[in-house]
Structure formats: C-alpha cells, structure tokens
Design a protein around this ligand. Structure first.
Ligand code: FMN
Length: 162
C-alpha cells in the first residue's frame, strides 16, 4: 500500500522507528542526594556556544528538581547498561542510585560509572513544549570513552556493533 494511504500512524509509532541512544539525566538535591531518569530526547542544539537539549515530562518527579538545581549531567549509557536504563525508568524514583556506582561531577550531579560518555550542563533556558519542558543545557564539562553505546529502537534496547 502507498504510504499516503496509511496516514494514520501515531506520533509514538513514528518515533519508535527512529533509533536513539539512551541517557540518564541526573542531578543532586541540596543535601547532595542524587536523582535521575532515563531520557532519549537528547540532542545537540549549538556548537558555539555548546548547547544541548533534553525534554522532561511535567509528570516527572525530576522535572522541578532539575530546573531548581540549575545543573545536571547527561550520562550516555553504554551497550551493557540496559539494566541501568530500565532502573531509571521504573517507579519509584527514590533509591535508583542504590547499587549503581557513581561519582559527583563538579556541580555534585552524578556521573554514572561505566557510561560511554557524559556531559555536565548548566540550565541555559527552559522552553515550553506541550506536556514536556525543553531543558536547554550549556555544556560545562564533557568526557567520552570508546565504549559501545546502548540503542533504543522500536521499543527495544540493543548494543551498537562498534
Ligand atoms: C528509553 C526511554 C526513554 C525515555 N525518555 C524520556 C524522555 O526523553 N523524557 C522524559 O520525561 N521521560 C522519558 N522516559 C520516561 C522516564 O524515564 C520515566 O517516566 C521515569 O520514571 C521518570 O522518573 P521521575 O518521575 O523520577 O523523573 C523514557 C523512558 C525510557 C524507557
């Protein structure tokens, strides 16, 4: 059938066809306690200044905390971290960092051990995006490894070949 004749797909279905990486966006509260959630709406915005964005749902318990904290990390998960991705997407939010090795970045926001790459960002701007907020982060520090990354595609997580 011609593609035009089946123009009834949902946004969710179409986005499922588009492979992404998987990240954990994380911060630390005033007591230094870490929190975070699994996010695949991560993309770069600008190279100069260095800006990235993530979209955080209004229903997320991390939403207000990330905006208040003004700094956060984006941990790009490695191919062997699908358990971490599931853990940070599951309720409850509290205790997600128990049994996960992490170290604090300069701002105190967590860097998850074993990640393929990470960025530490300050909140540059918060834009309105329907039932999500678009958090534009200015990259303050970044690190990258050669670890293969985790990929999310058609509702499944898998490893990249390289
Ligand atoms: C692969 C994957 C990608 C996700 N991407 C996002 C995202 O980009 N933004 C978002 O707000 N939630 C996203 N979620 C859902 C959150 O991780 C989930 O709702 C989480 O429980 C929210 O935690 P919180 O309420 O502690 O903030 C994603 C979940 C999965 C499994």
């Amino acid at each position: 059938m011609d593609l035009h004749e089946q123009a009834d797909a949902s946004l969710r279905e179409v986005m499922g066809t588009y492979p992404t990486g998987v990240t954990v966006v994380a911060g630390a509260d005033a007591e230094g306690l870490p929190y975070g959630l699994t996010v695949n709406s991560f993309t770069s915005v600008s190279l100069d200044p260095p800006l990235v964005l993530v979209c955080i749902g209004h229903a997320s318990t991390s939403h207000a905390r990330l905006i208040t904290a003004q700094t956060f990390t984006i941990n790009v998960l490695a191919a062997d971290q699908s358990e971490v991705a599931l853990r940070f997407a599951r309720e409850p939010s509290d205790g997600r960092f128990e049994e996960v090795d992490w170290t604090p970045a300069a701002s105190g926001a967590p860097i998850i051990e074993g990640s393929a790459a990470w960025l530490e960002c300050s909140v540059h701007e918060v834009l309105s995006g329907g039932d999500h907020s678009i958090l534009v982060g200015r990259v303050e520090r970044a690190a990258v490894t050669e670890r293969p990354v985790l990929v999310f595609h058609r509702g499944r997580m898998s490893a990249t070949d390289t």
